[in-house]
Design a binder for this molecule. Structure first.
Ligand code: HEM
Length: 194
């Protein structure tokens, strides 16, 4: 004898299957309203957020120090002081800023991927991701090169480039901090499609 299913019993069966899949952690994100597959619990999320804000704001502070050193190196007439500022800038860049930038990226990725925010669902997060990566690339391929040049053969042109570069980096980090607080521009097309 064949059993006929009414639309109501079919819906019931589907929802039970879905609930079991979610319990077993197998259901796709769409089944849970587009949330992440793996979520941070509230306490863990607060802890990661505290780490993220600490390293991001620390990075901003280190960038302010770089900017001031850059200006001192540019405007002082003392060649010894110019060299000293460049050496400290290189040390700050390699020992501190690189570590803070990586930490900001990794904690930010964790917060985005393991919370309902998502990585590419909101423009403010996508913009911060772009700023974070762009600054890391600029630090590695431009600033480091300019600094080494300034330590071996100081020149006014490279000093100006360095000042402009560090100033731009500082402005972008300030922008990232402001957009973190205001969270502007809404959802991306990627989020609306889901
Ligand atoms: C560029 C340097 C960055 C700075 C200065 C920065 C700063 C901040 C600040 C101040 C907050 C706290 C906002 C609040 O609680 O209202 C925050 C939260 C957040 N950031 Fe960043 N961030 C940066 C990079 C990133 C990156 C690269 C990502 C992801 C790829 C990211 C993802 C997030 C997420 C998802 C939150 C919200 C977390 C939550 O509410 O649970 N951030 N960020």
């Amino acid at each position: 004898m064949t059993e006929t299913m009414t639309p109501a019993t079919r819906a019931d069966t589907t929802s039970v299957r879905l609930r079991n899949q979610i319990r077993a952690g197998r259901a796709g994100s769409a089944a849970r309203g587009g949330g992440p597959r793996w979520r941070l619990r509230p306490r863990a999320r607060k802890f990661v957020l505290t780490c993220h804000v600490t390293v991001a704001v620390g990075w901003l502070g280190a960038e302010v120090a770089q900017f001031i050193l850059g200006l001192v190196g540019l405007f002082t007439g003392n060649p010894e002081l110019v060299r000293a500022t460049r050496l400290v800038m290189e040390l700050l860049g390699i020992e501190l800023i690189a570590v803070l930038a990586w930490s900001s990226l990794l904690t930010g990725l964790l917060l985005a991927l393991a919370t309902p925010w998502g990585l590419l669902k909101h423009y403010w997060i996508a913009a911060k991701l772009a700023v974070n990566i762009a600054l890391m690339l600029a630090g590695h391929f431009l600033f480091r090169h300019w600094l080494q040049h300034q330590i071996t053969t100081p020149s006014q042109t490279v000093g100006v480039q360095l000042g402009i570069g560090v100033g731009t980096g500082l402005a972008l980090l300030m922008l990232a901090t402001v957009i973190s607080m205001y969270k502007p521009w809404g959802k991306t097309r990627f989020a609306r499609r889901r």
